[in-house]
Design a protein around this ligand. Sequence first.
Ligand SMILES: Cc1ncc(COP(=O)(O)O)c(C=O)c1O
Length: 399
Amino acid sequence: MMEIKPLTKEEIQVIRAETAGTAGRIHLNNAGASLPPDVVVRTMVDFLREEALLGGYEIEAKYRAQLDHTHELIAQLIHANRDEIALVENASAAWDLAFNGLSFQTGDEVIVSEMEYVSNVLGLLNAQKLYGIVIKVIPNDAAGVFPVHELEAAISDKTRLIAITHIPSTAGNVLPAAVIGEIARKHNILYLLDACQSVGHVPVDVQAIGCDLMAVTGRKYLRGPRGSGFLYVRKQIQDKLKLLFFDGRTVTNVTQRDFVVRTDARRFEWYEKNPAVVLGLQKAVEYLLNIGIERVWQRIQHLADLFRQRLQEIDGIVVHDQGDVLCGIVTFSVQGIAATAIRSKLAAKNINVHIGLANSTLFYMNRKGLNGIVRASVHYYNTEEEIEVVCRELRTLLL
Ligand SMILES: Cc1ncc(COP(=O)(O)O)c(C=O)c1O
């Protein structure tokens, strides 16, 4: 096993000094949108200024090589090839491109976890209405662990797709993406991974996981700008995925009678996008690569463990996270105080947390009877002191 060098106090101080937002608030809404490093913001602002002064197309041409480097860096982060990455606006767009690019017939089965995000659930229900697909939901077991054997038992000759959320929106567990990948490969079934919450949070290696398609957003644990994201499409299945829209860059050639589609995943992206956002995302990925995802993951686990431990010491707080591997998303309820009230009372103390509503992770929340829980998600730039402050505030609210 490779030894991971923990992030030191000094490194955390530098990282915080390079993140303007950490100065005035305790930001525990990283699963919503994390605070970007200053370099991400600076890069975008500088680019927008140049664009305004010199012209959008002219500046795009000047930065062409640098803009194109974004695919390369993302590929490096997730162990893919640059021609397997399409830049899109968010994870829902990426998931939709992947899912709706598949052809379904009546009776085709899609196996999902109970942790699917609402956008994915809507996509599934829509396909159920349109094509008559069958959705098979595999709930976690009593200990909050994804039962891999039940997934395997649910596979039939009608199973067309396994679609799994790696880290849920409103629960603290990590699903065993690579073990699921082994099963998908063994049975030769397509595998779509929603890694919206996991890239930038836990190590994500598409080779080790064995997914065919993966949807990611930029603004969450990656610390990129809002309105950024990407879709990973394994080379071998690119030609099998339907194109849902076209523009001039989807093709390498077009005549009055026919066209030739480009041979990389960029066929799935729109040409027109915000280049400032692309560069911002690139800087965020570069920033992460410089720190190292293993170190990030180690620090997040340390902070989240500490946070859960402290919360459990408070009478009147129930922590909901369960599972064999827990991540930076910490969910809990406070006896007698609605989650919305907790959010606003903490906000008044410059502490950002978020609310998990029943529909955001529909199957899981309904099964557990949860609605309106507090979601406080830590990132590596948070500190032990911040956690102590938040727990102190929560204790005061319960007095
Ligand atoms: C697990 C998960 N998947 C997908 C999404 C959708 O991401 P986006 O808002 O970037 O489309 C979210 C957003 O919170 C999420 O938590």
